[in-house]
Write a protein of this length. Sequence first.
Length: 388
Amino acid sequence: MPHAIMIPQGSSLEALPNELLDEIISNLSDPPPSLARLHQPPSSNIVKSGIRDLKNLSCTSSRLLEVTRPRLFTHVCFDLRDVDEFLSFISATSLARHVSSAVVKGRHPSDDREDPFWWRRALSYLDPQRITVIAPPSCIGKMTGAQVSEEHSWAFQAPLQILQLEQDTRSFDPPLLTHLEKRSTLLEARSWSSLLFNESSSLKAYNHYEYFLFKVPSLFSTWGSLAYVRPRPQRLISSPALSKLTSFRYTAVFPFYNHVKLVLNAVELMENLRSLSVQLAPCEGDKATELEQRGSMDPSDPWMEITTGYSLIGHSVSDMGNRGSLAEFCACDYALGPLRTELCPILEDILGGSEWAHDGQGTWTKKSICSAACAPATVESIVRTAVA
């Protein structure tokens, strides 16, 4: 009697070794959706995505779940209220070393259950290359050691802001909790090289009389005010966190020019800054301006504040290029045609004909950096080499 033919259980895909499966699965991995929304109005939906290929694949069998899970948790998201529960799960499933980015959401500025020192526990488990915090201004202030004034919050009505920090390399060996307890702010918890801050919109404040007297609820209002004081407070001088930054990206919709000056004061503390990027207008297609014009605001005021703000920025870029390490400046608002017409003469008058070369699209690069390249290379690769 002939031997019975044994039919292998499961699909042919599941029969592949883990190395090949992982290579196939890697093609289903996408960048976290939050990266594409960092310059949009801050929203708790920053992590939502309609693409669920990895999740769907993980549901097909226990074998594929096992291989897919590390990539599913490459980019994680958790609420501040649930930090201990999340860390317990990550520890129990041995997924900590796979987490390369984390989005952390705080929802309630006065809720005692949202510990401002959550990062001490989280970073004793994880060593992500990037952390993105979306939370109320006062909540972000507490994490970074800045006392954010909310005296005029009612005028701005900006419930959420975004703070993102990145480091160049990961150690995969997070420091012990006892070590992190010696750090007083999230900024000091790692050697962050890049900071992004989305301050939300100031547009609603324009509906009020003498709007320019209102103080934006922001950690940059605090940092900028302290940086302007001479001599500077000891806690600003002694903290190396800002001086280590090499990249800063700032987004705010229609900030007042006097607030932009405060931001630039804080940027002076970033002594090793190589790259500066600024966006002061709404993203293309944003209807916020049209909606607010139904109120009592003068529609020309927000645009006037932007052009004045960019004049201040241009002079700061020139100064930082002369006496510092700044090598690249990007005015993201050049993407808006009508605004480009306004900004072009302002920035060209300040930066044109100087040490800065303009690509015509809103990015200025220090000429000494360009000429130092021996072989053809992109601006991005030159700056990256200089940072490294």
